[in-house]
Design a protein around this ligand. Structure first.
Ligand SMILES: Nc1ncnc2c1ncn2[C@@H]1O[C@H](COP(=O)(O)OP(=O)(O)OP(=O)(O)O)[C@@H](O)[C@H]1O
Ligand SMILES: [Mg+2]
Length: 238
C-alpha cells in the first residue's frame, strides 16, 4: 500500500533521513522505533510532503513525492502529529466535522460512529475541545483524522503523557482500525506496547534503517535494542 524507497530528507539545511526504505500493507501496523532524534517524526513529515525530500514514496502505486501536503491527504493519507492539534475553541463535534472529506471522496464515517468508538467524546460533544483532558484530545485528533476516510494513518506518539488506562484504549483503538483494513505507520515510544501491537517494526538510528523485522525478531536481539533503543529497564530477550 505504502512503499518508501531510498528516502533522503532535510530539516532546513541538515539532512535527517539517509536512504530510508520501508513499506506498510493494508491491515498492518508498522512501528517506527528509535531514540530521540533518530528521524521517526521526520519520516512521517517527509511522507506527508512537509520536508524537502528525494527518493520515492508510492501509495497505491502512485508517486507522492513532489505533491503538496493537501494533495497527499486527498490521496487517502491522514497524519496525526505529535502535538495533538485540536481547535481549542470549537466544540468536539465541530472538530470532528472539520475532518470530514472534502471533494468527491466518499464519506465512510459519521460523527455518530466516532461517539460509538469513544463514548467519552459523545458525552462531551458540545464541549470546547480545549477543555478536554489530554487523552480525550488524543482521541479527538485520531477520530478527526479518521473522519477523512484515510486508507493509511501516520500517527506520531499517540500515547505520550497518557495514563495507563488511556494508553490501553488508544492501543485497542489502533488495533480495531487495523482489523477494519486500515494501514498504520506508528511512532510509539512505549516499547512494550509498540512490540505488542505491531505486525512489523522498523528501527531507525541517525536517520537510517538499522533493523527491520517483526517484533519477535527484534525482541530476540538484545544487542540491537541496547545499541539503538537504550532501554535500561529492558529485561533482555524473552
Ligand atoms: N523543525 C526542525 N528544524 C530543524 N531540525 C529538526 C527539526 N525537527 C527535527 N529536527 C532534527 O531532525 C533530526 C530528526 O528528528 P525527529 O524529530 O525526526 O526525531 P524523532 O525520532 O521523532 O525523535 P523525537 O520525537 O524524540 O525528537 C534530529 O536531529 C532533530 O534535531
Ligand atoms: Mg518525534
Amino acid at each position: 500500500m505504502l512503499r518508501v524507497s531510498d528516502l533522503n530528507a532535510w530539516q532546513g539545511r541538515s539532512q535527517v533521513l539517509h536512504g530510508v526504505s520501508l513499506d506498510v500493507a493494508a491491515g498492518e501496523i508498522v512501528c517506527l522505533l528509535g531514540r530521540n532524534g533518530a528521524g521517526r517524526s521526520s519520516t512521517l513529515q517527509a511522507i506527508m510532503g512537509q520536508l524537502r525530500a528525494e527518493g520515492s514514496i508510492h501509495y497505491q502505486g502512485r508517486q507522492l513525492l513532489g505533491l503538496k501536503p493537501f494533495e497527499i491527504a486527498r490521496r487517502g493519507l491522514a497524519y496525526v502529529p505529535e502535538a495533538r492539534s485540536v481547535f481549542a475553541d470549537l466544540s468536539v463535534e465541530d472538530n470532528l466535522l472539520l475532518g470530514a472529506p472534502v471533494g468527491r471522496r466518499a464519506q465512510r464515517w459519521r460523527v455518530a460512529d466516532m461517539y460509538e468508538l469513544f463514548e467519552a467524546l459523545g458525552q462531551r460533544r458540545q464541549v470546547a475541545a480545549g477543555l478536554l483532558s489530554g487523552g480525550e484530545q488524543q482521541m479527538l485528533s485520531l477520530c478527526r483524522a479518521l473522519m477523512g476516510n484515510p486508507g493509511l494513518m501516520l500517527v506520531d506518539e499517540p500515547t505520550e503523557g497518557l495514563a495507563p488506562a488511556m494508553v490501553e484504549r488508544i492501543s485497542a483503538f489502533l488495533a480495531h482500525l487495523r482489523s477494519l483494513g486500515m494501514a498504520l505507520l506508528l511512532v510509539e515510544q512505549k516499547l512494550d506496547m509498540a512490540l505488542d501491537i505491531s505486525d512489523r517494526v522498523v528501527l531507525l538510528g541517525h536517520g537510517r534503517v538499522v533493523h527491520a523485522g517483526t517484533p519477535q525478531t527484534l525482541r530476540a536481539q538484545a544487542g540491537l535494542m541496547r545499541e539503538w533503543l537504550m532501554v535500561p529497564e529492558w529485561p533482555g530477550p524473552v
